[in-house]
Design a protein around this ligand. Structure first.
Ligand SMILES: C[S@@+](CC[C@H](N)C(=O)[O-])C[C@H]1O[C@@H](n2cnc3c(N)ncnc32)[C@H](O)[C@@H]1O
Length: 275
């Protein structure tokens, strides 16, 4: 069939066909042939995608309200509250906590996340994983960590490790005060590690932004109750992660896809224990 005949045949078909029967992949061609037909067609429905805010100001008045927690929240959160406890400060969408909990049932895994929408995603993932050794709290760690760790200790949980993994670097100097590792947070973690009944409790810090990692490490180095442990690489950072599962950000960084990473493919790690 010649092109002229083909176009004529298509024009006739398009004019006769009810709009809803015009296949989406043919709409482009039909639009060329008959603008009027397509203008009347209903716009294809777009799926509504809920966007999750990337950042929240942890110092905003709304964010510094203490989380509302039941007195027995810790006992209710875990099937066996007496297992060694790993706390993840800034757990984002919760992938690391859920995967770690599924991978290692001998420990309890607790994720703390300030953004409500990210916390909700984490809770949904946890429900699908169906494990009894993980839990998420939507809270501001700078406000609630001391109470959370005190509640865990009161419920008999041996605190094994507090992790701060790839925290928001807040690059601008005027925003450094929004960083999650503050003198107060470090003191809270150090006190909880010192009081822990776990045999070798630790704080693990990691970032792909050298200046942010250095600031975190310096904060912990300044605590006389803590000692930094190795082994270290030539640059003086912890040689390898002490954790079995990489975080979501870590996978991206180690694949060289961390857009804001200081050195592509590199994470700067440090580990501290009570001295
Ligand atoms: C860059 S993400 C890192 C996520 C995850 N740890 C990883 O490595 O894939 C940092 C997370 O910390 C959360 N966050 C920032 N400040 C916080 C705070 N004060 N308390 C709890 N979470 C916080 C952010 O909302 C964000 O989800």
């Amino acid at each position: 069939m010649s092109m002229v005949l083909l176009l004529a045949a298509l024009r006739t078909t398009a004019a006769l066909a009810p709009q809803r029967l015009v296949a989406p992949q043919r709409r482009g061609l039909v639009r060329l042939l008959s603008t009027a037909n397509v203008q009347d067609a209903p716009a294809p429905k777009r799926k509504r995608v809920k966007r999750i805010r990337q950042h929240i100001n942890p110092l905003a008045s709304k964010q510094v309200q203490p989380a509302v927690l039941a007195d027995d929240w810790f006992a209710a959160a875990f099937a066996d509250p007496g297992k060694p406890l790993i706390v993840d400060v800034g757990s984002a969408l919760g992938g690391w906590v859920v995967e770690s909990a599924a991978d290692d049932g001998g420990r309890n895994w607790l994720g703390l996340e300030i953004r409500p929408a990210a916390h909700d995603v984490a809770v949904g993932r946890l429900a699908k994983a169906d494990v009894g050794n993980a839990h998420f709290l939507q809270c501001n760690a700078n406000v609630d960590l001391a109470r959370i760790l005190a509640d865990a200790a009161a419920a008999g949980a041996p605190l094994e490790r507090v992790c701060v993994q790839f925290p928001d670097p807040h690059f601008k100097k005027k925003h450094h005060k929004r960083r999650v590792v503050t003198p107060e947070l470090r003191a809270t973690i150090a006190a909880a590690l010192a009081a822990s009944t776990f045999v070798s409790p630790s704080a693990y810090l990691v970032s792909d932004v050298l200046e942010a990692a250095t600031a975190m490490r310096d904060e912990f180095r300044g605590d006389a109750t803590l000692v930094e442990v190795g082994p270290w690489n030539a640059a003086g950072w912890l040689e390898a992660s002490p954790l079995a599962v990489p975080t979501e950000r870590e996978r991206c960084v180690l694949a060289g896809k961390g857009e804001t990473s200081t050195a592509p493919g590199t994470a700067f790690r440090a580990l501290f224990t009570p001295n």
